[in-house]
Design a protein around this ligand. Structure first.
Ligand SMILES: Cc1cc2nc3c(=O)[nH]c(=O)nc-3n(C[C@H](O)[C@H](O)[C@H](O)COP(=O)(O)OP(=O)(O)OC[C@H]3O[C@@H](n4cnc5c(N)ncnc54)[C@H](O)[C@@H]3O)c2cc1C
Length: 267
């Protein structure tokens, strides 16, 4: 039986200028070029490294998004994934992280056996870093976030990961099946290969909607079922230019700083 790896990947706008619909409070995707979310490319790379190492590894990429998210799945197949599944349905639109993870967890369960799930730490548009951990909770499997190193024993059960922390790292032993969320330090994602691109276009990418997922469109997915209410969204005003103090000694710099702060009535 194959060792089944699921990679959760999101298509995100290729820009730092996220536009938000002022009425619906949702992201505006129209007219913005899209890419595979950076951390998700690292998640996929780690899965593909295992596929390079063992003959029986099967990698499936699951994404939830609008129909054009299929292009991102083709890219993942061209990088080396075996299978892509698109979750797309009007009933799934407007989902917050809770509803998104309901749909993805349902898709993973529907697909059948899984040994390992990789997600990115965080999507560059929504930026919450919630979806991976929520999927793990819903599937009832252990999880480690911020994974920067990954080692799996030959039994493919025992895994050791290095988890990045602000002031160091943790070494954690965890058993498959589990959820790991990747950060960019984990690896360098590979490019698509020419042969991979040809093969990717020949593969069938199924689209599953709420019906195939067996989710309740009133209570589990979509805008109405989403418990998050965006009260207000705005682009922060850029901060003013900073002031650089020059001086030959710390004492001189401290004196200048005091004068500066006093002139602004801060002290
Ligand atoms: C009220 C409300 C309405 C919203 N409506 C929309 C909307 O209409 N359209 C929209 O695009 N967003 C919408 N969003 C944003 C949406 O909730 C999030 O983009 C989405 O749930 C993922 O959260 P995130 O981007 O913070 O991902 P994170 O939690 O930061 O992502 C972590 C990881 O989870 C995985 N992941 C996250 N999202 C997906 C996905 N869709 N498919 C596969 N893997 C995934 C990836 O591996 C990713 O790296 C809405 C948010 C709110 C609060």
């Amino acid at each position: 039986m194959a060792f089944e790896i699921i990679v959760c990947a999101k298509q995100v706008p290729d820009t730092n200028e996220i536009k938000i619909d002022p009425v619906k409070k949702t992201l505006i995707r129209e007219g913005v070029p899209s890419i595979l979310n950076h951390d998700d490319a690292n998640a996929l790379e780690e899965a593909l490294k295992l596929k390079d190492q063992y003959d029986d590894v099967h990698v499936t990429v699951i994404t939830m998004g609008p129909p054009q998210a299929k292009d991102m799945l083709i890219e993942c197949l061209a990088m080396g994934a075996d299978e892509g599944v698109l979750l797309s349905d009007r009933a799934l639109g407007g989902s917050d992280t809770w509803a998104t993870s309901n749909a993805i967890a349902a898709a993973i369960e529907r697909r059948g056996k899984y040994d390992l799930i990789f997600a990115g730490r965080q999507a560059i548009d929504g930026d919450t870093a919630q979806v991976g951990p929520q999927i793990a909770e819903k599937l009832g499997i252990p999880q480690v976030t911020y994974v920067t190193e990954f080692k799996i024993a030959d039994d493919r059960k025992h895994i050791t990961v290095k988890r990045a922390m602000e002031d160091g790292y943790e070494l954690i032993d965890i058993q498959a099946p589990c959820m790991l969320t990747a950060i960019k330090e984990l690896n360098t994602p590979r490019y698509m290969s020419i042969q991979g691109i040809f093969d990717a276009f020949k593969k069938d990418i199924p689209t599953w909607g709420a019906k195939e997922l067996g989710v309740d469109v009133n209570r589990e997915v979509g805008l109405e079922a989403s418990p998050t209410n965006v009260f207000k969204s705005f682009t922060p005003v850029p901060k003013g230019q900073g002031v650089r103090l020059e001086g030959d000694s710390e004492k001189e710099l401290a004196e200048k700083l005091i004068v500066n702060l006093k002139s602004k009535h801060v002290i």
